[in-house]
Design a protein around this ligand. Structure first.
Ligand code: EPZ
Length: 420
């Protein structure tokens, strides 16, 4: 079994350019199913989630080939069919295949990805939006079966600005007859990446604040697209610099995507140099505690709440962490306390009382961003730590140890078989 062996308290210094965004690559790959031709996606991260999405597409008879940092998808003649539940259960984002499959085949059968450690992850907003556009669904036997009855435009207002529901509804509206107006849509940058990609393929999508307007077209064509950089990976490196101390610059993500994170870091008295497409964080003195509330974009992103919480465990004072997006995304705190962190958690917010220093510990990740938080805490802790559960971390970080080692962290990937 693999684990990260980390010797902490080495300042992190240097610059890093992050790879393509997992949460943009996955919807882009799903959207390629709608296109009767070849789609070349560049800057696609080498992640297990991307591999699972590739396998899901192949189960529809689509050719998917990795060529360096690109993924070449040919959906000229897909076969349709039912996606094996063994695959959909591995990837929450398999839900993003609902609209493309209905668009392409007129029907779909997908075992829903179901809940996970961070929350139940319902898809009611997805199904309601696609139903307004002419689809019908039934969910008997643990499978979502959908049929496209007609291609009609609609005026839709989401109860909640769900990222995935926005993406499925936009894809379902691309070839609807007429103008679809989607209000209270999510505004995450990854959604605009999807819209830019689809517009390049012949779609007509425009955003006006939290409203997305889609004018239906009849056909889409193949082409190339470069995935935007991963703001969550960049934010994780910057939050680690604040937690451990040092001077880190992320050269390809800035306030264009991380304004809320830059502002919150400044509140903790880390020195932040913010530019539109790069961010630098220096921390030499004490870190000050700060309260946090996660929100839909442009608020503080839930995906960076766990690394932020890890940083607050070594800040002076108390920080109240309110996770407002996923109902169970503070679970990793149960592992954080093994480092000696002072965290009190009832059913509501986590109350973090900063300590002088964390001490090395053996910990286990049980979700992706919680695993990143444990890695940040281990880098900040005195002594040696081992972080297990890399299958979660590898879903969203391309060799997290490589990124932090390049910034001066003493971190290596080991296996328990090695000289056990
Ligand atoms: C996307 O998940 C991301 N995943 C998540 O990243 C991210 O945390 C999340 O957006 C919020 O930014 C991908 O893009 C692949 P939501 P998604 O629908 O689309 C509720 C990571 O670590 N909801 O905006 O599933 C839901 O329960 C992952 O990279 C409904 O109630 O997020 C949650 O409380 C984790 N009904 C809230 O909305 C629905 O039909 C936000 O979910 C859909 C969602």
């Amino acid at each position: 079994m693999e684990y990260l062996q980390i010797r902490g308290r080495r300042p992190l210094t240097g610059t890093c350019a992050v790879g393509g965004a997992k949460n943009a690559a996955l919807p882009l790959m799903a959207a390629a199913l709608m296109i009767p031709g070849e789609t070349v996606l560049r800057n696609v991260p080498d992640l297990s989630d991307v591999e699972v999405m590739a396998s899901l597409l192949r189960s529809f008879g689509v050719s998917v080939k990795r060529q360096g940092d690109a993924v070449v998808i040919d959906a000229s003649a897909p076969s349709g069919g039912e996606v094996p539940s063994s695959l959909t259960g591995m990837l929450r984002a398999s839900t993003l295949l609902l609209a493309p499959a209905l668009d392409r085949f007129g029907e779909v059968a997908l075992a829903p990805a179901g809940g996970c450690r961070i929350g139940e992850r319902p898809v009611d907003l997805h199904l309601r939006g696609m139903s307004a556009l002419g689809a019908s669904f039934d969910e008997g036997g643990g499978v979502i079966r959908g049929k496209r009855q007609r291609r009609r435009a609609a005026a839709i207002c989401l109860d909640y600005p769900s990222v995935g529901a926005t993406e499925n509804i936009v894809m379902a509206a691309v070839r609807a007859r007429g103008r679809t107006v989607l209000k209270n849509a999510a505004a995450e940058p990854e959604i605009d990446d999807l819209c830019r990609f689809l517009n390049g393929r012949g779609a007509k999508i425009a955003r006006e604040g939290n409203t997305v307007i889609i004018d239906g077209v009849t056909s889409l064509s193949g082409g190339e697209y470069t995935v935007l950089p991963d703001r969550v990976v960049g934010g994780t490196a910057l939050l680690a610099a604040a937690a451990v101390g040092g001077d880190v610059t992320v050269t390809n993500v800035g306030t264009d995507q991380l304004a809320a994170v830059a502002s919150k870091l400044a509140e903790t008295s880390a020195e932040v140099t913010a530019a539109e497409h790069s961010l630098r964080v220096r921390r030499s003195g004490a870190l000050c505690g700060a309260d946090l509330r996660t929100m839909p974009y442009p608020g503080f992103p839930t995906d960076l709440q766990p690394p932020f919480t890890a940083a607050m465990t070594v800040a002076e004072g108390t920080s109240v962490i309110r996770e407002e997006v996923f109902e169970n995304r503070l679970g990793f705190c149960d592992e954080l306390v093994k480092f000696g962190a002072g965290i009190r958690r009832g059913g509501g917010p986590a109350v973090v009382r900063g300590v002088e220093s964390l001490r090395g510990a053996d910990v286990r990740a049980e979700d992706l961003r919680g695993g990143a938080a444990l890695t940040v805490a281990a880098l900040a802790a005195e002594g040696e730590s081992r972080v297990f559960g890399l299958r979660y971390i590898d879903r969203g970080y391309e060799a997290i140890e490589t990124m932090f080692a390049a910034l001066g962290g003493d971190i290596v990937r080991r296996s328990t078989e090695e000289g056990a």
